[in-house]
Design a protein around this ligand. Structure first.
Ligand code: NAX
Length: 327
C-alpha cells in the first residue's frame, strides 16, 4: 500500500459531501492501493452532522482509510493536503439575488484561496464543486498568488456525464460506447453541451442523431438537468455530483488515456475565449494531475455562437466579483 495522502473536503456534512467521502474512503478516487487521510472541513453549524458522518466512516471500516479529522479551521484542514475538494458553499436563500449569492461565495472562496496559498503543499490539486463553481475557482486562484492558476479546476464533469448518458439513451447504446462529448463554458444553464465531435460506438454522433433533436431536446435538457432532478427528488443532485467529482479527480490523477474530459480551467485565449476566466473545455488527462486542453477543434457557426453566450456570462460573473479580487 502507498503511504497516506491527505484529502481535504469542505462542506463534508452536506449532501454531496456525505456521498463523496464514502467513495473517497473506499479507494475509488485515488486507487485501491492508496491509503487516505481524510480532512473534513465544515462550518460551526455543520460540525454536529459531521460527527455523524465521521461515525459512519468509522462504521464503514474502510481498509484504506488511515485517519479522519474534522475542523472549521482552514489552515489546519488544508495543511499538507494533496487534494482539496471545495464543495461547501452558501446556497441561494429565499429572496436572494444572483449577485448576492456571487458576493457571499466570493467571500468564502477568497478565504479558502488565501488559506491554500499559505498552507497547501507544492503541486496540491483543487477541484471546485460549490457554485458558482467557475467563478469560485477564479476567486480562489486570485487569492492564491503563489499557486499556479492551473491548480484550480472547476467541475463540469457532471454535465459531461449527463450529456453522455442522454446521448447513449437516444442512440440506444450503453454509455461506455459514447465518447468525445464536450461541455464548453460555465457550469450553469448557459453551458454548451456539444456533440459536434462526439462518437457513438466509433461512429459520428451526428450521423446517428439529427440536428433538431440536438438543438430542441439534448442541449436544453442537459442545461436544465439539475432542475429536473430537483423537481423529482425534492433536493439537488448529490450522489451523481459526488460520482462526477470522483471521476474528475481520478482521471486527472491516474490518467484516462486519450479520452476527453471536460474541466473548467483558466482560459489562455484558445478558441478565442477571453483570457483568465474559468471556462470548461475538453482536456486529456495524462495522470499525476497533468492535463492538456484539446486544441484546434473545428468550431462551426452554431457552436461559436453558443460558446460566446456562456463566455459572456462568465465575464459578467467575473465583473460582479472584481471588487473582491486582490490587485
Ligand atoms: P448542502 O447544502 O447539502 O451542503 C453544503 C455543506 O457545506 C453544508 O454542510 C454547509 O454547512 C457546508 N458549508 C457551507 N459553507 C461552508 C464553508 N464556508 N466552509 C465549509 N463548509 C461550508 O449542499 P450540496 O447539495 O452538498 O451542494 C454543495 C455545492 O455543490 C452547492 O454549492 C451546489 O450548488 C454545488 N453543486 C455543484 C455541482 C457541479 O456540478 N459543479 C452539481 C451539484 C451541486 O449543485
Amino acid at each position: 500500500l502507498l503511504p497516506p495522502l491527505k484529502v481535504a473536503v469542505t462542506g463534508a456534512a452536506g449532501q454531496i459531501g456525505y456521498a463523496l467521502v464514502m467513495r473517497i474512503a473506499s479507494g475509488e478516487m485515488l486507487g485501491k492501493d492508496q491509503l487516505i487521510d481524510l480532512s473534513l472541513i465544515e462550518t460551526d453549524q455543520g460540525m454536529s452532522p459531521l460527527r455523524g458522518v465521521m461515525m459512519e466512516l468509522e462504521d464503514g471500516a474502510f481498509p484504506l482509510l488511515n485517519k479522519v479529522t474534522a475542523t472549521t479551521d482552514l489552515n489546519e484542514g488544508f495543511g499538507d493536503a494533496a487534494f482539496n475538494l471545495l464543495v461547501g458553499a452558501t446556497p441561494r436563500g429565499p429572496g436572494m439575488e444572483r449577485a448576492d449569492l456571487m458576493a457571499a461565495n466570493a467571500k468564502i472562496f477568497a478565504e479558502q484561496g488565501k488559506a491554500l496559498n499559505d498552507v497547501a503543499p507544492i503541486g496540491a490539486k483543487i477541484l471546485v464543486v460549490g457554485n458558482p463553481a467557475n467563478t469560485n475557482a477564479l476567486v480562489a486562484s486570485h487569492n492564491a498568488p503563489d499557486m499556479w492558476p492551473e491548480q484550480f479546476v472547476a467541475m463540469t464533469r457532471l454535465d459531461q456525464s449527463r450529456a453522455a448518458a442522454l446521448l447513449a439513451e437516444k442512440a440506444d447504446v450503453p454509455v461506455k460506447d459514447v465518447d468525445r462529448v464536450i461541455i464548453w463554458g460555465n457550469h450553469s444553464a448557459t453551458q454548451y453541451p456539444d456533440l459536434s465531435h462526439a462518437r457513438v460506438g466509433g461512429k459520428w454522433a451526428k450521423s446517428i442523431v439529427d440536428d433538431k433533436w440536438i438543438t430542441d431536446d439534448f442541449i436544453p435538457r442537459v442545461q436544465k438537468r439539475g432542475a429536473e432532478v430537483i423537481d423529482a427528488r425534492g433536493a439537488s443532485s448529490a450522489a451523481s455530483a459526488a460520482s462526477a467529482a470522483i471521476d474528475a479527480v481520478r482521471d486527472m490523477q491516474l490518467g484516462s488515456g486519450d479520452a476527453w474530459q471536460s474541466n473548467a480551467i483558466p482560459s489562455d485565449g484558445s478558441y478565442g475565449i477571453a483570457d483568465g476566466i474559468w471556462y470548461s473545455v475538453p482536456t486529456v488527462c495524462h495522470g499525476d494531475s497533468h492535463y492538456r486542453r484539446v486544441q484546434k477543434l473545428p468550431i462551426d457557426e452554431f457552436s461559436a455562437k453558443m460558446m460566446t453566450k456562456t463566455e459572456k456570462e462568465l465575464i459578467a460573473e467575473r465583473d460582479s466579483v472584481r471588487h473582491l479580487l486582490p490587485g
